[in-house]
Design a protein around this ligand. Structure first.
Ligand code: SF4
Length: 230
């Protein structure tokens, strides 16, 4: 049987997962060449982070990775993190705020809670870096439409190598590469964060709409992508 490939302006063959992978790897490779040991990968242990980490390991197997954890992350995220560190022999440093936070703060003042538990530890993590690599994607939610693959804020470069990947691309890449999956995805979650601020949502919704439901932050950002980290 002969296969024919339908190449037309409506069906551009350039827009394939293979080309997206090559493009993302090129971005990471260029960034690593430019910034050497002054660049690290941020990893939350969600699906997008795992794809970026997997891509970056192919460019630099000992690339430095940082992870900001909070006491409100589900125990499954801590277990998955430990499993992935071992599975991929990750060169990872973990950051977690030592500040004691009121258990109600995620509901009463999520901005302050994110500032203490996410933004400040991320500032600590990027101290001394010139650049960081993230798994941010522009189809994830209402607040992620205007990012660029390379950004600069306060003198710190942020590299978003999978910015143009879809949710489907992520799952295809995870499957093709047999990347172990965080158990919460099997329960129907599509975007993972801290337990009090992560809710199951319909498959029709944007991925991040289940974050901070019931607060003014619903579907929004913790602050690490919107604030200057320097
Ligand atoms: S996501 Fe929720 S629990 Fe986690 S730091 Fe932000 S407000 Fe606090």
């Amino acid at each position: 049987m002969n296969l024919t490939i339908n190449k037309s302006p409506e069906n551009p063959i350039e827009n394939t997962i293979v080309n997206k992978i090559e493009h993302s790897k090129q971005i990471i490779s260029d960034a690593v060449k430019e910034y050497g040991d002054k660049i690290e990968v941020a990893c939350s242990f969600g699906k997008d982070s795992m794809v970026v980490v997997h891509l970056a390991l192919q460019i630099k197997p000992d690339i430095r990775i940082f992870s900001v954890m909070t006491p409100f992350k589900p125990k499954e995220t801590f277990e998955y993190k430990d499993k992935m560190i071992q599975h991929y022999n990750l060169n990872l440093v973990e950051y977690m705020s030592k500040e004691l936070v009121d258990p109600d703060l995620p509901k009463t003042d999520p901005n302050e809670c994110c500032r203490i538990l996410k933004v400040e530890p991320t500032k600590e993590a990027v101290k001394g870096l010139q650049a960081w690599i993230c798994g941010l994607r522009n189809t994830e939610g209402r607040t992620r439409k205007d990012y660029k693959e390379i950004e600069e804020k306060g003198g710190l470069i942020k590299v978003n190598p999978i910015l143009n990947w879809t949710e489907l691309d992520i799952w295809r890449y995870m499957a093709i590469n047999s990347i172990p999956v965080h158990p919460f995805y099997a329960r129907g979650y599509r975007s993972l964060g801290c337990e009090p601020c992560t809710t199951l949502i319909s498959d029709d919704a944007l991925e991040r709409e289940g974050r901070w439901i019931g607060t003014s932050k619903c579907g929004g950002e913790c602050g690490i992508h919107t604030q200057s980290l320097k």
